[in-house]
Design a protein around this ligand. Structure first.
Ligand code: NAP
Length: 283
């Protein structure tokens, strides 16, 4: 598996498996188990997905040695702040049946993220987390966090797919040695992405599916991708992307379909901040 090296020297697989919206416990355990058997080593979950326990059971059942795995989870908004973060971290670790995390992310930039970051810096220095980072941080928030703290985030996980390519943000993060990680790499299957004529044509040329073209395009850009699927054949398909390489011309054809548009256009609406303050999970 190809890897990227984070700003603290830790290696992270460039392709992983995401488990958002796999709520059924047995299904989640089975899909993570299938993913590990297919060769994935990076698993991306979150306290807010309410499935860390299933992920933990799948990891245990798989018998993959711990040092081969790269496990990410995320701190939800309701647990922002120094003390709450320490408690939330311990709970996540317990649910995952792990004694350390590879990557812990602040899920969304709301609440006392500075208190959270100080707690995460301590946990990182104690060796309980190999790398710490953020998710859904626009560049202004990212810089603000960087300049007011000691540890620079290793990763920023943001929406990145052919219709929201994040070219400027990726360039900026690269300059600051922060790894971009794509969530929603397949645009969550929305906006007819699998029927997009440019992607279909490129797929036909390489004898690959649209999903494989997208994941190859992301990884060739140096973007870590974590596609989700509950279907075993797709889990395997999404992993088989390292036996071909997109040409410069085909990469440019994909660049040209960027709409620079989020699947969730209201995300910078101030009302969203209120909404996130009120989303509480039983975690
Ligand atoms: P995604 O991976 O872009 O797309 C998943 C959708 O694509 C599902 O409907 C899946 O259906 C379908 N799919 C998967 N492989 C396919 C294939 N080869 N051919 C056709 N359809 C395929 O969406 P996502 O789950 O939202 O994003 C991936 C991961 O990113 C998440 O699981 C989560 O770990 C992370 N994430 C993070 C945030 C954040 O705020 N940090 C937000 C969203 C997601 P089936 O399952 O039926 O195959």
């Amino acid at each position: 598996m190809q890897k990227v090296t984070l700003n603290n020297g830790i290696e992270m697989p460039i392709l992983g498996f995401g488990v958002y919206q796999i709520e059924d416990e047995n299904q989640c355990e089975q899909t993570v188990y299938d993913a590990l058997k297919a060769g994935y080593r990076l698993i991306d979950t979150a306290a807010a997905y309410m499935n860390e326990e299933s992920v933990g059971r799948a990891i245990k059942r798989s018998d993959v040695p711990r040092e081969e795995l790269f496990i990410t989870t995320k701190l939800w908004v309701q647990d922002a702040g120094y003390e709450s973060t320490k408690k939330a971290f311990e709970k996540s670790l317990e649910r995952l049946q792990l004694d350390y995390l590879d990557l812990y992310l602040i899920h969304r930039p709301f609440g006392d993220v500075y208190g959270s970051w100080r707690a995460m810096e301590e946990l990182y220095r104690e060796g309980k987390i190999k790398a710490i980072g953020v998710s859904n941080f626009e560049m202004d928030r990212l810089v603000d966090l960087m300049v007011h703290n000691e540890v620079i985030p290793a990763v920023n996980q943001i929406e990145t797919h052919p219709f929201c390519q994040q070219i400027e943000s990726a360039k900026y993060m690269k300059e600051h040695n922060i790894q971009i990680e794509s969530w929603g790499p397949l645009a969550e299957g929305k906006n007819n992405i699998f029927q997009n004529e440019v992607l279909v044509a490129i797929g036909e040329k390489y004898n690959k599916s649209v999903a494989q073209v997208i994941l190859r395009w992301l990884t060739q850009r140096g973007v870590v991708a974590i596609p989700k699927s509950v279907r075993k054949e797709r889990i395997i398909e999404n992993f088989n992307i390292f036996d071909f390489e997109l040409s410069k011309e085909d990469l440019e054809r994909i660049t040209a379909i960027d709409k620079k548009q989020s699947l969730y256009p209201t995300k910078r609406d101030p009302e969203e901040a209120k909404r996130y303050a009120n989303i509480k999970f039983d975690i």
